[in-house]
Design a protein around this ligand. Structure first.
Ligand code: NAI
Ligand code: MG
Length: 339
C-alpha cells in the first residue's frame, strides 16, 4: 500500500538533487509512488505557467509533495510560486528543524525546531503608499492581520508537534510589549492553548529581540519555538545559521489537507549542472515527509545514513569544503542504507 506523492524536480540544481532523492528512496524501499510534475521557470518555458494546473491537481489528489527549489523570474510581475502554493493549500504551519550534523562547528549538539505561522501577520500583503506634496511614496503603510483562529491553529500545531516528536518545551515568541494587539492576541491565544498541555509540555515565552540574542548566547535552552509569520521567517534562518547554513536545512509547509516538503535553499543557478549541489537538505525534507506519514523508523534510518556520510571528510560536498559530487554523495548514502 504505497502512498501517492507529488514530486517536483524544480529549477537549477533541483533536478540533480531530486534525482538523488529518488535513488535514495528506492534504496529505502520507497513507501511513496511519485507523481512527477513541473513548477517554476522550467514549467513557464514549457507550458506558459510557473505553476501549471496539472501540478496543482496532482497535489490536490495526493495532499503530499516533495519540491525541488524553484526560480521565480525577476520582473514581469510574477508572484512567488512558493507563496502561491502556501495560499492555494492553506499551508498555515512552516516547520524548520535545526540539528547539528557535522560536529566541531561553532555550535555543537543543537537540536531545535521552529514553527512559524505561515499565512497571517505582516505578510498578508496589505501595503500601500500615501502621497504627500507630490511625492507618491512619502509614506509607506502595511497592515498586519493575526486572528484568534489562526493563532490557535498554529499554537495547537506546535504543541501537538512537540507531543508527537517527544519534545519537552514550547517557547512562544512575540512582541506583545509593543505590538500589543497584533502579537498580544497571538501570545494570549498561544498561552490558552498551552494550558491544555500542562504537565505534558513545558511552556515559556520570549520577546523576539531577546530571543534572537538568546539563540546566539545559549541556543541549547530552546526545544520547540512557535512564532508569528515575520518573526518566524527571521528566526528560522537564524537557527539554520547555527547548524551550518541553508544547504543543510529542510522545511515543511503543512495545512489541513496538504503538506509540501522542501529544502530551504534556492535553485543555486551559480552551480547548477556541475554536480556540486549538496542534496542533504532535500533528503532531510524527505525524512520530514516520512515522519509526517508516521514512518518514524524509516526517517531515522535515512537521517542516520546522511549523518554517517557527512561525518566523513570524503562525504562532504563543495559547500562544505569537500569535493564529492552530488550523485556520488547519493551513492554513499545508499551504501549506508544498504548497510
Ligand atoms: P540560493 O539558495 O539558490 O543560493 C545561495 C548560495 O548558496 C549560492 O551560492 C548557492 O550556490 C549556494 N547553495 C544553495 N543551495 C545549495 C546546495 N544544495 N548545495 C550547495 N550550495 C548551495 O539563493 P539565491 O541565489 O538567492 O536564489 C536563487 C534562486 O532560487 C532565485 O530564483 C530564488 O527566487 C530561488 N529561491 C527559491 C526557493 C525555493 O524554491 N524554496 C528559496 C530561495 C530562493
Ligand atoms: Mg525566509
Amino acid at each position: 500500500r504505497k502512498i501517492p506523492a507529488t514530486l517536483i524536480p524544480g529549477d537549477g540544481i533541483g533536478p540533480e538533487i531530486v534525482d538523488v532523492v529518488e535513488r535514495v528512496f528506492d534504496a529505502l524501499g520507497n513507501p511513496f509512488i511519485w507523481e512527477k510534475h513541473q513548477a517554476g521557470l522550467n514549467a513557464l518555458e514549457k507550458s506558459g505557467d510557473l505553476l501549471p494546473e496539472s501540478t496543482l491537481d496532482s497535489i490536490r489528489r495526493t495532499g503530499l509533495a516533495l519540491k525541488g527549489p524553484l526560480t521565480t523570474p525577476i520582473g514581469g510581475g510574477f508572484r512567488s510560486v512558493n507563496v502561491r502554493l502556501r495560499e492555494a493549500f492553506q499551508l498555515y504551519a512552516n516547520v524548520r528543524p535545526a540539528r547539528t550534523i557535522i560536529p566541531g562547528g561553532r555550535y555543537d549538539k543543537i537540536d531545535l525546531v521552529l514553527i512559524r505561522e505561515n499565512l497571517e501577520g505582516l505578510y498578508v500583503g496589505h501595503e500601500h503608499y500615501v502621497p504627500i506634496d507630490g511625492d507618491p511614496h512619502a509614506v509607506a503603510m502595511a497592515t498586519g492581520i493575526n486572528t484568534r483562529a489562526g493563532s490557535r491553529r498554529i499554537a495547537k500545531f506546535a504543541f501537538d508537534y512537540a507531543v508527537r516528536n517527544s519534545r519537552k518545551k514550547v517557547t512562544i515568541v512575540h512582541k506583545a510589549n509593543v505590538l500589543k494587539a497584533l502579537t498580544g492576541l497571538f501570545l494570549e491565544t498561544a498561552k490558552q492553548v498551552s494550558a491544555d498541555y500542562a504537565g505534558q509540555i513545558e511552556t515559556n515565552e520570549r520577546i523576539v529581540d531577546a530571543c534572537a540574542m538568546q539563540l546566539v548566547l545559549n541556543p541549547w535552552q530552546f526545544d520547540v519555538i512557535v512564532s508569528t509569520n515575520l518573526f518566524g521567517d527571521i528566526l528560522s534562518d537564524q537557527i539554520a545559521g547555527l547548524v551550518g547554513g541553508l544547504g543543510m536545512a529542510p522545511g515543511a509547509n503543512i495545512g489541513e489537507h496538504a503538506a509540501i516538503f522542501e529544502a530551504v535553499h534556492g535553485s543555486a543557478p551559480d552551480i547548477a549542472g556541475q554536480g556540486k549541489a549538496n542534496p542533504s537538505a532535500l533528503l532531510l525534507a524527505g525524512a520530514l515527509m516520512l515522519e509526517h506519514k508516521d514512518m518514524y523508523a524509516e526517517a531515522q534510518w535515512l537521517r542516520s545514513a546522511i549523518d554517517s556520510v557527512l561525518s566523513t571528510e570524503e562525504g562532504r560536498t563543495h559547500d562544505l569544503g569537500g569535493s564529492v559530487s552530488t550523485s556520488l554523495f547519493g551513492d554513499m548514502v545508499i551504501d549506508r542504507i544498504r548497510g
